[in-house]
Write a protein that binds this ligand. Sequence first.
Ligand SMILES: [Zn+2]
Length: 82
Amino acid sequence: MATSPLPLLHSPVTGEICCAELAPRRVTDSWWRDRWRRVTPRDRIAWPVAELGEMRCEVCKAIERRAMAATVADPADSDGGR
Ligand SMILES: [Zn+2]
């Protein structure tokens, strides 16, 4: 899969990281209240990867994790007990 990541946005208020697709829109209250802003290359460099892991959208990460779990729970694995 090609990794052409969406721009990331960051809220210093909640500490959340979200891709541009899923972050609050600039017109919403939560955008302003949580002071969302675009992650810059400098932010990425300053990001403590060792501590917090790769800088990625948390929502996308959760979705991926769920998809991975679904793959592991393969139907062929079921014992057909019912
Ligand atoms: Zn995302």
